[in-house]
Ligand binder design. Structure first.
Ligand code: SAH
Length: 348
């Protein structure tokens, strides 16, 4: 086998690695040892697995490669935000962001190279060359962020959001595996309550997550509660209407009892009218929720503009008066193109 046909051992589950050893006449615990080297210890070279015999190490090397990411470039914003350009084994690049606040450090990770959704306002939509990330590539971004958090901010990573490049629910299996590793004892032992998956809203997948009883949080990029408008900004809405989305969210809430977060940008001449606020209030009453009004980060030549501050104030006041929890969020890391929707591998 040459390097191109060898399988990535990190794509195997613990049971599969154990099975490989047993099928090759070795003991099950050898598989466990290798799994520990790969995940708990984060070793990327068979030669460093010192409790294996030389022969076993050579045997593994003959059958497998150990793919892993490499932080190619790291930029730091004046506000402390860090953006990483991450090189994958096939030389494709994704970006991840680390955002420090007083109380926590949040890693914003990518789930796909590029994105197929084509949201009108998002820079990632402009990257072609799409592929899904593997679970280990997602997990590695979190490990890198965790190390950077310790190194640069002096405390461990506290939160993870799937709000980087890509649509996590279009790569759900790998995202799920990665979350499994992030939360497991052999991985980073982080609580799923500190993880939020952000989606453009795929009703079938939302129901699947509800059925699986996932413990992480759910955020939905809403941006408009009026079908016609939402479809213009987010083509995914054409086949997945707000009614279907609402139905899946009701199902989500009935199963998980976990409120959803809606992400919402207010644009000038798009959703800055009273009818938009009224529609949002109505939609927000379907299940318990929290609304994050996020700042719009301009993308070159897209022609969109953030609404006037007084419109955003009016949104906030009316939502609060209606008893809905709302936060107005300022962007971080704008000077290095690290803010929401700005991840586009500009430097490459
Ligand atoms: N595909 C997922 C996650 C990636 S986008 C999703 O749609 O939720 C992460 C968040 O950034 C989403 O809420 C998205 O709508 C928002 N976003 C994208 N481009 C933006 C921009 N230019 N300014 C502000 N937010 C943006």
């Amino acid at each position: 086998m040459d390097a191109n046909t060898k399988k990535d051992i990190r794509s195997l589950s613990k049971d599969e690695i154990i099975e490989f050893f047993v099928n090759n006449g070795d003991k099950a615990f050898r598989g466990k040892q290798v799994y520990e080297w790969l995940w708990s210890k984060g070793i990327h070279n068979f030669d460093l697995m010192t409790n294996l015999s030389k022969d076993t190490r050579i045997f593994l090397d003959k059958h497998f490669v150990i793919n892993h990411i490499k932080v190619d470039d790291m930029q730091r914003s004046i506000d402390g935000t860090i953006k990483n350009a991450i090189r994958l084994f096939d030389d494709k690049i994704v970006e991840s962001v680390l955002i420090p606040t007083e109380k926590r450090t949040t890693a914003c990770v990518s789930s796909q190279v590029g994105c197929a959704l084509n949201c009108a306002f998002c820079a990632t939509a402009r990257i072609k060359n799409m592929r899904n990330l593997n679970a280990d590539e997602i997990y590695d971004q979190v490990v890198a962020a965790h190390q950077q958090s310790n190194l640069f901010y002096g405390h461990p990573l506290s939160n993870i959001v799937f709000m980087g490049m890509g649509e996590p629910l279009m790569n759900y299996n790998e995202v799920k595996k990665a979350i499994g590793m992030i939360t497991s004892d052999e991985g980073l032992q982080m609580s799923p309550r500190r993880i939020v998956l952000s989606t453009s809203g795929l009703p079938k997948k939302i129901k699947q997550m509800a059925d699986e009883g996932v413990k992480f949080g759910l955020a939905v990029s809403l941006h408009s509660a009026i079908d016609e408008k939402r479809s213009k900004m987010m083509p995914i809405n054409i086949k997945n209407s707000l009614t279907d989305l609402a139905e899946s969210l009701e199902y989500w809430y009935s199963k998980t009892k976990s409120r959803v977060t809606y992400e919402y940008v207010v644009w000038k001449d798009f959703n800055d009218k009273q009818e938009d606020i009224d529609a949002l209030i109505k939609y927000a009453k379907i299940i318990p929720c929290k609304i994050n009004i996020i700042e719009y980060n301009e993308i070159e030549e897209d022609g969109f503009q953030q609404a006037e501050p007084k419109v955003i104030d009016s949104y906030q006041k009316q939502l609060e008066d209606a008893g809905i929890v709302v936060n107005v969020r300022r962007s971080r890391g704008k000077d290095i193109d690290a803010a929401c929707g700005q991840l586009a591998n500009k430097k490459q």
